[in-house]
Design a binder for this molecule. Structure first.
Ligand SMILES: *Cc1c(COP(=O)(O)O)cnc(C)c1O
Length: 376
């Protein structure tokens, strides 16, 4: 069994994908070909955001956004403590201070209460100026942007939605990647909408930021690539990846999102009695980047993972280490007691094999093994 079976997806739409790749090779327009713009229009339309700016990967998407806002040395950026490294890394890349915020046990997403507490603390300490909240749509479920946007407004902060795992999700009628002042996503192969390499995108309603971001991704270009008006990056989405995404987009919206939600429901129905299954809030829709259960403690979690492994069932611990404990952020001082929920989750979470092409019999097999562990 694969953890995320990408071959089945390819098999399901092979003709379209092969055709898309070949046509880019034949056109020789490997960089900034017409497919890039077509994809940007499609994604902007889907998310309901005015501008979509594609780039080389989800990490660059975050970094470019902070660069567009000129976030730097004296600024504080609030980031959930339970996330993939990139969400915090980019803050340090631009020279600002990452202030890690604890998360909610049941959604894995940034805690509104702790966010407000950390903002207040930062103001009191007076060393760094609170500027941005990076809220992550972890495992596919959008963060609580109703609360986050209220807090941002109260303190005059900008919101950056890290939708790397959230593309396709939503709250009510609104789609993920439309909730921040700027939102970003990743097309890393294993993300809900993945390409066949690295890729990313930025979303914003602001014409001004759109112009700056398009400049920043091509060496800070002005009139042309050889007229450089700011320090930028080289961060474009390859035309081949754009063509692949265009080919895959249809099955993503027409089938895969729904099928992922069916797989998640089946898991939850089957597992509900033994382990803590992921919870999706009322009115929220998840794109299910991961299906993550919680066990009572580390010993039990590690025990379950071992038993699954012995039966050739892959599982992964997302994430093993809280951000505040990563050595890379070691120059800053974080208090261990500030992160009770993240510290506990890192010991107890386990992500199960998950993708929209999972068969009922495979879900059964995983659940049977979990049942056996719970009884044994
Ligand atoms: C994957 C991921 C990123 C980074 O995306 P890349 O395309 O791999 O650079 C950022 N944030 C989160 C939450 C992610 O899961």
């Amino acid at each position: 069994m694969e953890f995320r079976d990408l071959s089945r997806q390819y098999t399901a739409d092979r003709t379209q994908i092969d055709k898309a790749i070949c046509s880019v090779i034949q056109s020789n327009r490997f960089i900034s070909g017409p497919e890039v713009e077509q994809l940007e229009e499609k994604l902007a339309d889907y998310t309901g955001v005015k501008h979509c700016i594609t780039c080389a990967n989800g990490t660059d998407a975050l970094q470019l956004s902070l660069m567009a806002w000129k976030i730097g040395k004296e600024d504080a950026v609030f980031v959930p403590d339970f996330t993939f490294f990139s969400s915090g890394e980019v803050v340090s890349t631009v020279g600002a201070l990452p202030v890690f915020v604890d998360v909610d046990e049941s959604t894995f997403n940034i805690s509104s209460e702790d966010l407000e507490k950390k903002i207040e603390q930062t103001y009191v300490q007076g060393k760094y100026k609170p500027k941005v909240i990076i809220a992550v749509d972890l495992f596919g479920q959008p963060a609580n942007f109703i609360e986050i946007n209220r807090i941002a407004k109260k303190y005059g902060l900008l919101v950056l939605e890290d939708g790397a795992q959230g593309f396709g999700g939503g709250i009510g009628e609104k789609k993920a990647c439309s909730f921040g002042n700027i939102a970003t996503t990743s097309f890393f192969p294993a993300k809900p909408l993945g390409c066949y390499g690295d890729g990313g995108a930025i979303f914003t309603d602001s014409d001004e930021w759109d112009t700056i971001l398009r400049s920043l991704r091509v060496h800070g270009k002005g009139e042309s690539k050889y007229d450089n008006i700011r320090i930028g990056m080289n961060s474009r989405l390859d035309t081949i990846q754009a063509a692949i995404l265009l080919a895959k987009f249809q099955q993503f919206t027409e089938r895969e999102l729904e099928d992922s939600n069916k797989v998640a429901s089946e898991y939850s129905l089957r597992l509900n009695r033994g382990v803590s299954v992921p919870e999706v809030c009322n009115g929220f829709y998840s794109s299910w980047a991961q299906y993550t259960i919680r066990m009572e403690n580390k010993e039990r979690r590690d025990g379950l993972q071992k038993l699954l492994k012995e039966s050739n069932i892959p599982s992964i611990v997302y994430y093993q280490k809280p951000m505040h404990r990563q050595k890379a952020f070691g120059v800053h001082k974080y208090n261990e007691e500030d992160y009770p929920v993240t510290n506990s989750l890192c010991d107890r979470v386990l992500s199960l094999p998950f993708h929209p092409y999972m068969k009922k019999s495979e879900i059964e097999l995983v659940c049977d093994m979990i049942d056996r562990f719970m009884k044994g």
